[in-house]
Design a protein around this ligand. Structure first.
Ligand SMILES: Nc1ncnc2c1ncn2[C@@H]1O[C@H](COP(=O)(O)OP(=O)(O)OP(=O)(O)O)[C@@H](O)[C@H]1O
Length: 282
């Protein structure tokens, strides 16, 4: 079972912070196992995953292709029901047998690799959609959508349509849409996987700022080890067949982290260690 990391405080740029008592768990995964049954047989995608994530923590999930990252994230999002185990969000069960508790799932924000925007809706209407579905009045939801457009760096593009935006801008809309309901937990599956390297780097900086501004607790799936270490308070490394937690690594650089942190020897050492661990699985 993964051990929980220390919670950090007292930001002093570039230096490890002092450990403090951990805050209340936001998310608890208890013995999560997932088997897929198909005509070709049974795949055990996840096996006995135990993890506690604290309030405002940013946790990156990494691992080789097929190790179960997406399955785990979709289980947390209420999209894949676990074969065994429990997902607790602020102590409440997400899954009740095969069904999700809608009041729990309603408090989650999810961002996928594709922005999945409605092409016939403007930026603000896309951002405001979850509020509309929850019956929030037009004036209120558009005010909130405009605030979020500004937060994600889309001020001036509120009335634009998705076809008029770059890939990075579309992902900003998807992030703002996920944030519109002020989620208790933000779940992100390779949100920047389709972006070019420079845009991705900029989005990493932006995401850090957005997470801090909204005090979001984030679970972030990525293939990119540098991205995982740059963003994560902890990195959870999953190994495949069946998907298990191999290690949980703390990253003790204080926030906000500038891109220069990537040149720190300790940053390089963490990336190298993780890469070696992944290479060993070849
Ligand atoms: N709906 C499904 N039906 C059957 N098997 C599935 C299904 N979804 C996932 N799997 C299997 O579960 C395992 C984990 O898949 P998953 O997509 O979670 O991995 P991943 O780590 O996200 O991979 P990648 O990095 O390539 O996206 C794989 O062996 C996959 O074939």
């Amino acid at each position: 079972m993964a051990k929980d990391a220390k919670t950090m405080t007292a930001p002093v740029a570039g230096r490890p912070a002092e450990p403090t008592a951990p805050s209340a768990p936001k998310l608890q995964l208890v013995g999560i196992t997932k088997e897929f049954h198909t005509k070709r047989g049974t795949t055990r995608a996840l096996s006995d995953i135990n993890l506690t994530i604290n309030d405002k923590e940013f946790v990156s999930l990494i691992g080789r292709s097929g190790c179960g990252k997406t399955t785990l994230l979709r289980t947390l999002a209420g999209l894949v029901n676990p074969t065994a185990g429990e997902v607790l969000i602020e102590g409440r069960s997400l899954w009740q047998g095969k069904h999700v508790d809608p009041t729990v799932v309603d408090q989650l924000g999810v961002v996928f690799q594709e922005a999945n925007l409605f092409p016939w809706y403007s930026v603000v209407d896309n951002i405001a959609l979850p509020l509309r579905l929850r019956g929030v009045k037009r004036k209120e939801r558009l005010e909130r959508a405009c605030e979020l457009a500004e937060l994600v760096g889309l001020k001036g593009f509120e009335k634009s349509y998705p076809r008029e935006l770059s890939g990075g801008m579309r992902q900003r809309v998807a992030i703002a849409r996920a944030l519109s309901i002020t989620p208790k937990l933000l779940l992100m599956d390779e949100p920047f996987g389709a972006l070019d390297a420079l845009t991705r780097e900029r989005m990493n900086i932006e995401l850090q700022r957005i997470a801090a501004a909204t005090e979001a607790t984030v679970v972030f799936v990525t293939h990119d080890i540098t991205e995982a270490v740059f963003l994560g308070d902890r990195i959870v490394h999953l190994t495949p067949r069946p998907g298990r937690i191999r290690q949980v690594r703390s990253v003790e650089f204080t926030r906000p982290r500038g891109i220069d942190v990537q040149t720190e020897p300790e940053f390089g050492a963490i990336v190298r260690d993780l890469r070696h661990a992944l290479d060993e699985e070849e």
